[in-house]
Design a protein around this ligand. Structure first.
Ligand code: JB2
Length: 195
């Protein structure tokens, strides 16, 4: 199995760990988090250092997954992705064996597709997105980079979710509408593309 380092050891990391374990492609060697948390464990995996150690693990040829989540803003995940790219890191893409991704869909580098998510034909998901548990991405939808499609959200056919958007749990979009860059769609809302 390929060796993997997680960046961030909070709540979202726990969901990522379960998917990674079930997928069975990567073995998690440790987590990078804040200095004061080094030595603690998350679901049995140790926080082995901070982001200052990224270069050391890049040199070992290990993979990375950004496992800090995203609610109010995508800024931190964007910053970490740039840091990994600048360091020449290999970035993992992780897909739950319980997810369904059409053979006619595309999923970009650094994206995690959680349990029971469904990505239908003609859909495209770009880099470093979170397609969370039970999310539905319908045909021909485009999810741009650094979006979080939360648990049980429904992105209907032909929708464009623009870069950095947070699309809340159980929110539903009308078909063929677009969000704005860095948009925030409230949990449980119906998004009609108007403000
Ligand atoms: O710059 C950083 C950094 N900033 C915060 N680098 C690294 N390596 N780690 C960082 N962190 C760490 O991310 C924090 O110290 C903490 O351990 C973790 C964030 O954990 P938290 O549980 O606060 O949030 P989360 O982002 O994992 O989860 C949120 O988003 C998910 C999508 C939660 O609200 C979840 O409920 C939600 N499912």
């Amino acid at each position: 199995m390929k060796k993997l380092i997680l960046i961030g050891g909070g709540g979202h990391a726990k969901s990522c760990i379960d998917v990674i374990e079930q997928e069975g492609k990567f073995s998690i060697v440790g987590i990078l988090d804040k200095e004061e948390l080094v030595g603690e464990k998350v679901l049995g995996y140790e926080i082995i250092g901070t982001d200052d150690d990224i270069k050391e693990y890049v040199e070992l040829g290990w993979y990375f997954l950004i496992s800090v989540g995203q609610i109010t803003s995508a800024q931190l995940r964007m910053k970490l992705f740039k840091k990994l790219k600048d360091a020449g890191a290999k970035i993992a893409t992780v897909v739950s064996p319980r997810a369904y991704i059409s053979k006619h869909a595309k999923v970009g580098e650094g994206t995690v597709v959680m349990h029971d998510a469904l990505i239908n034909a003609g859909a495209e998901v770009a880099e470093s997105c979170i397609i969370n548990t039970k999310a539905l991405i319908e045909h021909d939808a485009h999810i741009e980079s650094f979006c979080h499609i939360s648990t049980a959200a429904v992105i209907n056919g032909g929708v464009r979710v623009s870069e950095g958007t947070f699309f809340g749990s159980n929110a539903v979009s009308k078909e063929y509408v677009s969000t704005q860059k860095n948009d925030f769609i409230k949990a449980g809302s119906i998004y009609k593309g108007e403000r």
